[in-house]
Design a protein around this ligand. Sequence first.
Ligand code: BES
Ligand code: ZN
Ligand code: ZN
Length: 497
Amino acid sequence: MKFSLSHSTNQYPDLMIVPVAKKDDSDPFFSAISSISKIPSGLIKKDFSGDAKEVHTLYYTSAGENKRIHLLGLGENPGTKDIIDIFRSFAYKRKSHLSDKIGLHFLFNNAPSDPCPWIEAAVNGILLGFYDIGLYKTEKKEKPTAAPTARINIFVAKEHAAAAKAAMKKGQAMAETQLQIFDLVNAPSNKKTPQTLADWALRSGKKYGYKVKVLGKKEIESLGLHALLAVNQGSENPPSFIIMEYKPARKAVKKIGLVGKGVTFDTGGLSIKPSTNMHYMKTDMGGAAAVMGTMEMAAKMKLPVHLFGVVPATENSVDSKSVKPGDVIGSYAGKTIEVIDTDAEGRLILADGLAYVAKHFNPDVLIDLATLTGSCIRTLGTYAGGLFSNNDELSQQLLKASQQTGERLWLLPIWDDYKKEIKSDIADVKNFSGNPSAGAITAAKFLEIFIQDHPAWAHMDIAGVAVSDSEFSSQKSATAFGVRLLIEYLENIVNTA
Ligand code: BES
Ligand code: ZN
Ligand code: ZN
């Protein structure tokens, strides 16, 4: 699929897509459409009101040629996430019709005075709509999808040319990374081991020019990542500890450390999970995927930030060798942990990841992302990730980026009162309070013990948002949650530096 820009209104392609938000002063827009299509604006208005996802098609003839306009409703005051989702579902439903030359129209008052955020979102959404979740199907598709051949010409005023081009490129670059993240997160565990995550990072680092070092089991042992090793104990597949570093050519405004939970399958271990929905635990590396996608995007965009990304990766499996409830294990930070519940494994591997990043890289900001707790889903549902931080400035910056991207976060407290819940009688700390209340918060309090007193740390519990319902499948599937959010956050700190 090719995107290009056009400023001329002399000739429109046979198929035009015109996104339209619902608003009060829509008369000029309808008269503009009416003057192209020669259909009275009153008639169009009767059938099309601009509700989100509403599509109304106008057929008309111009200079002897048959033409179509798809009016695409965006609803009232659409945010970028709304626009992405609307275009994604539009492209998904009509992919076999979206061929050849298509115009995407931002010239009338259908778009805001700066249409660039809309352009980025539209391009991003269209490309995501071509996602094919059937990675392992053997039967060839009957109808080839039109994606490779379609050429989409974006009509935008000349004054926006440079910014629109950048927006178009960013929407496209983002989609390319997101589509890969979708594949990675949606992959089943027999096709996705810790080594698969490592290989992905190595390939991406090579392609986009950032460093990737993968530590295998031997090195993990000699380094003393004991908590990661304990979780891996019951698994046939060895762990990986993936260390990524993107250093910009320009002077970096900040040094940021990212850590992502990379559990390629979470059976719960001996504290085994119920079988209903256990298959979703192949996506328990959504935090790792967000970190990897962010590294790739930052490198692609050549952002002037020095980024470290670390992914402790392992399965959490059931075996005679598995760590048992009650076992006391060590950790990279040197603290001992009583494992009350082997299903609270994410915090164990993150403990080692966080301590490692804090010790070795001394970043200005330390952020981790993890599909960490069912408790967070019970608190916020699938509508927001939980945000926890010991630094108000950082949490405000992340909340701002969250609002801008529509990847919702909600701030939850980390008062010290919760810390006593994870006090162990026999070790420095225990990994579960044994009490079902405030589970997302006590998990965050556990992580806090391992950040080496870092003054600007944030934790995102993305258990409820790393996968969601979508047009792609009957099951929930990957969202790549966190990539757009973190890139927006990084761009914001660059712009205010
Ligand atoms: N990976 C799960 C959390 C999760 C649950 C993610 C549902 C996505 C959907 C995590 O490792 C886990 O099992 N957490 C337990 C912790 C408990 C045993 C303290 C939980 O939340 O139930
Ligand atoms: Zn678990
Ligand atoms: Zn887990």
